[in-house]
Design a protein around this ligand. Structure first.
Ligand code: HPA
Ligand code: ZN
Length: 337
């Protein structure tokens, strides 16, 4: 391992943007399909992996929703989450804030409780046996109605002890944040934290809406913010962190070349940025592969990488004492490099 790769591997970090259903590796998908006697429309693990060629977000989402159809039992959600936690811990991810898409499961007749219980049991075991800290964020599917989001929020409030916040994902264009103003207001009133995907494929206006109509604390992706100077200033002034996902952006053709990724330009203008994996089973890498790809393309220094990892903790939903403890570990690593 090269010196920079070793530095990235050893860097203590938090992951703030990962969809648990997007960590579903082909081999596990075949195993779980087999358990339920379901036949996947692919002859082998290699055939399935070879289908992961995407022209845009929707082409990915079609396979993402198809893949998760084999998740039925509580144990399936446990195994999915457990596999991710082991990989994350092996990459020195010390804290992770995981998204899940309950509407994609309840629409298939899988109970909300089955999903939350399976994921939560793995998170508890991860805390005990791997020492990995975690939180769970429920995402609303923005291509479904506001009424359906309301129903999902009601179910989340029945599991209030397990769910720290809400987010907004799925097909972006044509489904602006403002559509979900009321349900986000209700989530905030209930004490839930808030984030939203915005500015991945849709323009900067969607980022403004996420801030002004939804009141979110972080923006997921936010690539298109760079098109709008006033928005960049707003993000910098208010300390709104962006959870960026470089390999996802490349694979979904949000960018055509990693050297044109907006992360460095945003950071230089005072915006808080983090590096995350989004849907690692589909996009060719977990957090460290994302760090390496963007480091090489943008020639980021160790000090810049450490600053990004520091932001991953300070922009997390941990309490201040936990943030301070993680940042101290990070500073020790950066000082020894
Ligand atoms: N964008 C929007 N929705 C998603 C994504 C994404 O990158 N991954 C999983 N759901
Ligand atoms: Zn995402």
């Amino acid at each position: 391992m090269g010196d920079m790769a070793a530095f990235i591997q050893g860097l203590p970090k938090a992951e703030l943007h990962v969809h648990i259903e997007g960590t579903f590796e082909p081999a596990l998908m075949f195993e779980i399909a087999g358990r339920h006697g379901v036949t996947l429309p692919y002859a082998s693990v290699a055939d399935l992996a070879a289908a992961y060629e995407f022209g845009n977000l929707q082409e990915f989402l079609d396979l993402y929703y198809q893949g998760m159809n084999v998740l039925i039992a509580e144990q399936d959600f446990y195994d999915l989450t457990w596999a991710y936690l082991q990989r994350a811990r092996a990459q020195n991810v010390l804290h992770t804030e995981i998204f899940f898409d309950p509407q994609a499961h309840t629409a298939r007749g899988v109970a909300f409780t089955t999903v939350v219980d399976g994921i939560s049991r793995a998170l508890d075991d991860g805390r005990e046996t791997l020492g990995i800290s975690s939180r769970l964020i429920m995402c609303f599917l923005r291509d479904k109605s506001a009424a359906e989001a309301d129903a999902a929020l009601d179910q989340a409030l029945d599991h209030r002890d397990r769910i720290i916040g809400v987010g907004l994902d799925s097909a972006e264009i044509g489904h602006p944040p403002a559509k979900f103003r009321d349900v986000f207001a209700r989530a905030r009133a209930a004490g839930l934290r808030t984030v939203a995907h915005a500015g991945e494929e849709a323009p900067a206006d969607y980022v403004w809406q996420a801030l002004d109509d939804l009141g979110v604390e972080r923006i997921d992706h936010g690539n298109r913010a760079l098109d709008d100077d006033a928005l960049v200033e707003r993000l910098a002034r208010d300390g709104i962190a962006l959870t960026m996902c470089p390999l996802s952006n490349l694979r979904l053709r949000v960018i055509d070349d990693m050297r044109r990724h907006p992360l460095r330009a945003l950071m230089e203008r005072g915006v808080r940025v983090t590096i995350n994996s989004d849907d690692p089973a589909y996009f060719g890498g977990y957090v460290n592969e994302n760090f390496r790809a963007v480091q090489e393309a943008l020639s980021l220094s160790k000090a810049e990488l450490a600053a990004i990892a520091r932001t991953s903790f300070t922009a997390s939903f941990l309490d201040q004492a936990d943030k301070d403890a993680f940042v101290a570990r990070l500073d020790a690593h950066a000082a020894s490099a």
